[in-house]
Design a protein around this ligand. Structure first.
Ligand code: PXP
Length: 238
C-alpha cells in the first residue's frame, strides 16, 4: 500500500500575498494537486494569516470535503475557524510570535494539556479527526494518546536538519521508535516538516507512517517543473 501524501499549499498563498492579489488561488492549486497524486491538501492557518486566510479555508472545505487537513494553534480564533469550516482533520501545532515556520512539536505544559483536552473534545464532537504535532519523544507520544488524539504527526525537522549521516541515522531511529510506540497506543502516524525529494525515502522506509505532509519542497519544485509534475514525482517516491 502506498503512503498517503498531504500537499501543503501555504506557499501558493504566500506568492499571492506578496502582491496582495487574488491569484494564484489556493483552490486552483488544490484541484491540481488532488488530480495529480495528492491524497490530502494541507493548509496552515496562522494568527497573522500571512498565507492561507479564513476565506481560503472556507472555500477549500466547501469544494474539497474530506480532503482538507488544517494545521493551527490552540488559539480560540483558530479553533473557531476549524469548528466553523469543518476540515477533515486538524493538526494542532505550536505557534510562536515572529517564527518563519513551525519550530517543533507541542510542549505539553499543564496549561497546554488543559487547553488541548477541551479543544480535542469540541473538534471530535464535530466529527473532525485530531492530530497533534509532536517531537519524536516517547513521553510526548504517550501524552498525545492520553489526550485522545487520533493521529500524531511526528516532527521531522531535526531529522531534515541533520548535519552528518550518523546524526541522520540517530534521528531516524528516534522516528522509528516513536512510530512503533504510537502504533502500539492505537494512534495513526503522520510525519512532516522539512521533508524533500531526497530525505523522504528513509522516512517512508521506516514503515508505520501512513501519511507524509510536505509543502515547501513541492511548491518550490513546482516553480521549475510545474505543480502536476512536482506532486506526481513526490507521490511516486512514496
Ligand atoms: N507539518 C506541519 C505540522 C507543519 O507545520 C508544516 C509547515 O507548515 C509542514 C508539515 C510542512 O513542512 P514543509 O513546508 O517544510 O514541507
Amino acid at each position: 500500500m502506498s503512503l498517503k501524501l498531504g500537499v501543503n499549499i501555504d506557499h501558493i498563498a504566500t506568492l499571492r500575498q506578496a502582491r496582495r492579489e487574488a491569484f494564484p488561488d489556493p483552490v486552483d492549486a488544490a484541484a491540481v494537486c488532488l488530480s495529480t497524486g495528492a491524497d490530502y491538501i494541507v493548509v496552515h492557518l496562522r494568527k497573522d494569516e500571512r498565507h492561507i486566510n479564513k476565506k481560503d479555508l472556507a472555500q477549500l472545505c466547501k469544494y474539497f470535503p474530506g480532503k482538507i487537513h488544517l494545521e493551527c494553534s490552540v488559539e480560540p480564533a483558530m479553533e473557531k475557524a476549524a469548528l466553523t469550516y469543518k476540515p477533515h482533520s486538524v493538526c494542532i501545532v505550536p505557534e510562536h510570535p515572529g517564527e518563519v515556520t513551525t519550530m517543533g512539536g507541542l510542549k505539553f505544559t499543564p496549561a497546554v494539556i488543559k487547553r488541548l483536552a477541551s479543544m480535542i473534545e469540541r473538534l471530535h464532537k464535530k466529527g473532525i479527526l485530531v492530530s497533534l504535532f509532536v517531537s519524536p519523544e516517547p513521553s510526548d507520544i504517550r501524552q498525545a494518546a492520553k489526550l485522545g488524539a487520533d493521529i500524531v504527526e511526528l516532527c521531522t525537522r531535526d531529522y531534515s536538519e541533520a548535519t552528518s549521516a550518523a546524526q541522520a541515522r540517530k534521528r531516524l531511529q528516534d522516528l522509528a521508535l516513536s512510530t512503533l510506540l504510537a502504533k502500539e497506543l492505537g494512534l495513526q502516524v503522520h510525519a512532516g516538516h522539512g521533508l524533500d525529494y531526497h530525505n523522504v525515502l528513509a522516512v517512508a522506509d521506516l514503515g508505520g507512517v501512513t501519511c507524509m505532509n510536505i509543502g515547501f519542497a513541492i511548491v518550490t519544485r513546482a516553480l521549475f517543473a510545474g505543480l502536476p509534475t512536482a506532486v506526481n514525482e513526490m507521490k511516486g517516491l512514496l
